[in-house]
Structures are given as C-alpha cells and as structure tokens.
Design a protein around this ligand. Sequence first.
Ligand SMILES: [Cu+2]
Length: 121
Amino acid sequence: MRAAVAAVLAAGLLVTAGCGRSAAPETAGSSEHAAQRHLFVVVGGDKVTGPDLVEARTGETVQIVVTSDVADELHVHGYDRTAELVAGRPSTLTLTAGIPGVFEVEVHENGLLLTRLRVRR
Ligand SMILES: [Cu+2]
C-alpha cells in the first residue's frame, strides 16, 4: 500500500512539474482566455493535493486533472460532465465555464467532495 501511495504521489508531482513547462506553448496564440489547470491527487479516499475552490469566469476553459490511486469516476455537477479515473494515472476533464454558479466536483465511488467550481460572469 505504501508503495502504491508513493507511486500515485510521484505521478501527481510529475504532472505538476510538467505543467509549468507546457503552459506557455499551449496557451500562446489561443483564444482570449488561457486554459487554467488544477491538479488533484486522491489517495485512500482522501484528497491529498488540490484546491478546495476552483474559480473561473464564464468563457474560460478549466481543466481538472485528477490522479487517483484507484479507478473511479469524476463528476462535475451542474455541467454534468464526467471523466473516467484510471488508477495511478492523471485524468483530465476539460470544460468551458458557461453556467454561473457554484458546483460540486465529486469523485463518485468513494463519495469524495473533491472541490467546488465557482463560475462568475
Ligand atoms: Cu456527482
């Protein structure tokens, strides 16, 4: 179990490390708003990395990147978007913030409230 946790954490850190390097070329010359990326790591049913609140303006692109130690399903309420979580690998859910409000983002099988998405005009 300890080794599995370490592997998941390492995967999460790799994502974090890769983020800064890839950000500039990915967003250069794109539409008015750059995609904002938020990284989460879930181990043993608990969030060990990631913000409690994700804030966006309508029209922005939001990426929620989750690395879980077990297979699960990510669900963004309100937008009703889901993404399959593969054990030990980062999964990315990309959405365009079009609906203002506060929405819960859950990891379904273990019932974890991962974060909240707040969208403002
Ligand atoms: Cu849900």
